[in-house]
Design a protein around this ligand. Sequence first.
Ligand code: NAD
Length: 257
Amino acid sequence: MSMQGKSAIVTGSNSGIGLGVARELARAGAEVVLNSFTDRDEDHALAAEIAAEFGVNARYIAADMSQGDQCRQLIEDAGGCDVLVNNAGIQHVAPIDEFPVEKWDAIIAINMNSAFHTTAAALPHMRKRGWGRVINIASAHGLTASPFKSAYVAAKHGVVGMTKTVALETAEEPITCNAICPGYVLTPLVEAQIPDTMEKYNMGRDEVIKKVMLERQPSREFATVEQLGGTVCFLASDAAAQITGTTISVDGGWTAL
Ligand code: NAD
């Protein structure tokens, strides 16, 4: 499917799933805007590499997705977009009675509130262009829960709820809004959870991966960032024009259990 002539903004895309999604959109011919909160040479270099590899326009725009005004400014600085992928996210694992308040606030702000601000800012541009796709990277934790992830599970369930509402508000327009719910994907975010989980369960790395992480993923395989990028491209395609307000799980069967 070709994304030529379309422009995309992917929040939180200097690593992991966001970077993989930006690369697959660029491979399909879209112009892409990468984002994170840092403004380093290597961030801009990522965009330059994508531009050179796929022959598309690619830019990196720094904006902190924990700040509502910066979320909105990102959309304006990019000049709007056809495809908005809300992907920025962080994680913290702790029992609720020990959950640090600042971590709770940061997770709710980055994983959920940012999607509110970017979507609110992007929709007027999509309406002017007469076409749009809002694609939220939620999680299997947007549909189910796990202990010690209260803020993350709350934020991701919130994103799934917001997805349905935006879909209803745009239902009679050529704009769709959907959420993708990945199971475990081996990215820096997941990598960072391994040491804590090893300590909590007193297990080695391989045991944590197979018995704790992939224990709920019946395929016993991590999903890949390329598979998620492909799912985003599908939702952005004309074939998906009547798919709106729903979730697509890319979780090796996790939510079928
Ligand atoms: P990651 O840590 O590799 O990527 C997260 C991205 O968000 C990075 O680019 C980071 O710079 C960016 N980010 C963090 N704070 C930000 C801020 N304040 N402003 C702007 N950008 C910020 O993790 P990932 O696994 O690629 O996660 C991407 C998304 O996918 C997240 O929303 C996550 O919840 C979701 N997800 C991941 C998995 C998984 O197994 N990896 C599973 C389900 C859902």
